[in-house]
Design a protein around this ligand. Structure first.
Ligand code: ATP
Length: 268
């Protein structure tokens, strides 16, 4: 399970340059996470505790997961990705044991534990139903594990949520997820940079203006822009090879090399 995660991490080595926009957000995250991972001695010297937990909040598809993976890769920290619903369902009955196992593995070296959709394990609502009891046990296990982390900054837990107001306030006390960063919907310059990231390897025709695309995609988040680029490339393929049978036909290299994605493909 854990080695599978490492394999997938190696396959897609996400770096800071794969993140469009979000410069300010990224630099506070780097200060909070990269500094203690790389230089725990600075915090010791200054007599302050490095953060153990950082909460990333904001709408889906804006890059929370991307940032967590990039920071892990760039700092050579191990990345342990978990999601709230997965902990609650896939590991039903052994959720706490699973959390303990992950923290144990992480403690072996510099690590980032990424808890996506943390609101699913730590909702604020109270009640006495059996589901709420499980949630409470999982939250208290998580808090115990975080409290037990050495304050040397080598393990940092990043939580992500779309619903920051829905999580148990106990999680946000000092020494837990006590720093928060909002990862919001990109503005026009942000969209332009995200489009640049996702068209980096694409043969774009000269008539394509990423600036204009950024202009007309108000409200698009990173995930939308990524899919826009992918769809444009697919539209070009369909346009070029309307009767193409993938299982039968060979595309000659000369034809492939001349393929470019044009403005009409993005407009589709
Ligand atoms: P969720 O809350 O659904 O987990 P998220 O904020 O974690 O959303 P990501 O999984 O990081 O979103 O983003 C989904 C995909 O969208 C990424 O794999 C990436 O390709 C693209 N994307 C999102 N934001 C950006 C960005 N700022 N720059 C480049 N690509 C982005």
């Amino acid at each position: 399970d854990v080695s599978q995660q490492q394999a997938s991490q190696a396959r897609e080595r996400i770096a800071y340059e794969d993140i469009g926009g979000l410069q300010r957000e990224l630099s506070s995250i780097r200060e909070m996470i990269e500094l203690p991972l790389r230089h725990p001695e600075i915090f010791e010297q200054m007599g302050i505790d490095p953060p153990k937990g950082v909460l990333l909040q904001g709408p889906p598809g804006c890059g929370k997961t991307l940032i967590a993976r990039a920071v892990a890769n760039e700092t050579d920290a191990k990345f342990f990705g978990l999601s709230g619903p997965e902990i609650m369902h896939k590991f039903y009955g052994e959720s706490e044991a699973h959390l303990r196992k992950v923290f144990e593995q992480a403690a072996k070296g510099p690590s980032i534990i990424f808890l996506d959709e943390i609101d699913a394990i730590a909702p604020k609502r109270t009640g006495l139903g059996s589901e709420q009891q499980v949630e409470r046990r999982v939250v208290s296990q998580l808090l115990t594990l975080m409290d037990g982390l050495q304050s040397r900054g080598q393990v940092i837990v990043i939580g992500a949520t779309n619903l920051p107001d829905a999580i148990d306030p106990a999680l946000r006390r000092p020494g837990r997820f006590d720093r928060e960063i909002t990862i919001g919907v990109p503005d026009k310059p942000g969209r332009l940079q995200i489009l640049q990231v996702h068209t980096r390897g694409m043969p774009l025709a000269e008539d394509v203006s990423l600036d204009r695309l950024a202009q007309v995609t108000h409200g698009f988040v990173g995930a939308d822009l990524q899919s826009l680029c992918r769809e444009a490339a697919m539209a070009r393929l369909r346009r070029m090879f309307p009767t193409f049978d993938l299982s039968q036909d060979q595309i000659p290299v000369e034809v492939l090399q001349k393929l470019t994605v044009g403005v009409e493909d993005f407009d589709e």
